[in-house]
Design a protein around this ligand. Structure first.
Ligand SMILES: *Cc1c(COP(=O)(O)O)cnc(C)c1O
Length: 428
């Protein structure tokens, strides 16, 4: 055992146990997911796909990967799934590689309004290689105006339209996005990295019938291991007319599989794929809907309490598991970085986040993003969430009152002992 590293892992476990995790993109997997991730499968090379590998000895990982694919298709009522992307960004990059040529126009949600780096940001592969264009939210409502999305699509004639975000608390009108995509001859990609677990629980609009391709992470509301996936409700012929050498039509499933491997990645992480299968199995159990409903109820409770204390939530509330809070509404001089630093001193983890039309930079920001997926896994109910908002409000009321913040931290550490995490294990 490597004492240096395992001591640090234990410290991290202690941090996770004692704090309140409000980072909207995080969650706590089951012990079974951790066990699969930490298994001997990490030793296995399996380039290719089940039944068509470039290495021997893949009979068992083939079964595991097939189960992961079948379960994921069942979760979303999909016909096709690729469980190999190492992360959400890799899943998106593989889709782009498969369906676009360098320089092609794409249309995504503005990063500074809550979009994701991998949807065309200038510092990301997607923005460096493709001609990225963006839609955003309205300054007064914080909502996406679909007529403006349509006008932008008619103007830039994208080959690919991307819906989905990292910090947007409202549901998506996938049907309208599809109508716009059809009007301009674009493919429609939904990146459901954040709300996927709630979509799986049928608590939010379903992108599958409307979007050509859907990508997701597996570690946010899906509560699986760190990774990505690509799914399609229905396979379809490559619309850009590319054929095989023999003149046959290429199906999108073949294009996406080749884009992931060998296009984007080498060997798949079969230990992570096994953990994805475990997580998808958990999602297929009836208790998943109960979890999703509590995630939403907790987010509603938090949003209502923040609003009653004078904070402005972008778009005025939330439909999903997260909310973006504009701190300027209550404390014009307090920025997101200061809020994040003060809250971490009380063992509350959030992330600073730009708000739409932010007057401050991405390193400072005027907002914070909070989400309820992780605390709901810990067992928090609405009344616990109201306590959390009280603690946050007290801390932000005077970020320099170190004694008061230290007292709150002690109170929180004590509080969290009632919500056990990985109790049976000394080292996770
Ligand atoms: C988190 C996120 C991703 C990226 O996932 P990684 O696994 O960090 O690469 C992609 N798209 C959206 C919308 C996300 O929120």
């Amino acid at each position: 055992m490597d004492k240096i590293i395992f001591d640090l892992i234990e410290k991290e476990l202690s941090r996770q146990r004692h704090g309140i995790e409000l980072i909207a993109s995080e969650n706590f997997t089951s012990q079974a997911v951790i066990d699969a991730t930490g298994s001997c499968l990490t030793n296995k090379y399996a380039e290719g796909y089940p039944g068509k590998r470039y290495y021997g000895g893949c009979e068992i990982v083939d079964q595991i990967e097939n189960i992961a694919i079948q379960r994921l298709c069942e979760v979303f009522g999909a016909e096709y799934a690729n469980v190999q992307p190492h992360s959400g960004a890799q899943a998106n990059a593989a889709v782009f590689l498969g369906v676009l040529k360098p320089g092609d126009p794409i249309l995504g949600f503005d990063l500074s309004h809550g979009g994701h780096l991998s949807h065309g940001s200038a510092v990301n592969y997607s923005g460096l290689v493709y001609n990225a264009n963006f839609y955003g939210v309205e300054p007064d409502t914080g909502l996406i105006d679909m007529d403006k999305v349509e006008a932008k699509a008619l103007e830039v004639k994208p080959k690919l339209i991307i819906c989905g975000a990292s910090a947007y608390s409202r549901d998506w009108d996938y049907g309208r996005f599809r109508a716009i995509a059809d009007k301009v001859g674009a493919l429609l990609l939904a990146d459901i990295a954040h709300p996927a677990g709630l979509i799986a629980a049928k608590l939010l609009n379903d992108p599958i019938p409307h979007c050509h391709i859907v990508t997701s992470t597996t570690h946010k509301t899906l509560r699986g291991p760190r990774g990505g996936v690509i799914i399609m409700g229905k396979d379809f012929e490559n619309p850009w007319g590319k054929k095989t050498n023999k003149g046959a039509t290429i199906m999108m499933s073949a294009i996406l599989n080749s884009a992931v491997f060998p296009g984007m990645q080498g060997g798949p992480l079969e230990h992570v794929i096994a953990a994805k299968a475990v997580a998808f199995g958990e999602i297929l159990s009836p208790s998943w809907k109960v979890y999703g409903q509590q995630v939403q109820a907790n987010a509603q409770a938090m949003a209502g309490s923040f609003i009653s204390k004078g904070y402005h939530i972008i778009s005025g509330g939330t439909d999903n598991h997260l909310m973006l809070i504009d701190l300027r509404s209550k404390y014009p001089d307090l920025n997101g970085r200061q809020a994040e630093d003060a809250l971490i001193n009380a063992d509350i983890t959030i992330n600073k986040n730009m708000v739409p039309f932010d007057s401050r930079s991405a390193f400072v920001t005027s907002g914070i993003r909070v989400g309820t997926a992780a605390i709901t896994t810990r067992g928090f109910k609405e009344e616990d969430c109201l306590r959390v908002v009280d603690w946050i409000d007290t801390i932000l009321g005077d970020i320099n009152d170190e004694a008061r913040i230290a007292n709150i931290r002690d109170e929180i550490n004590e509080y969290m002992t009632a919500f056990p995490l990985y109790e049976d294990k000394v080292t996770v």
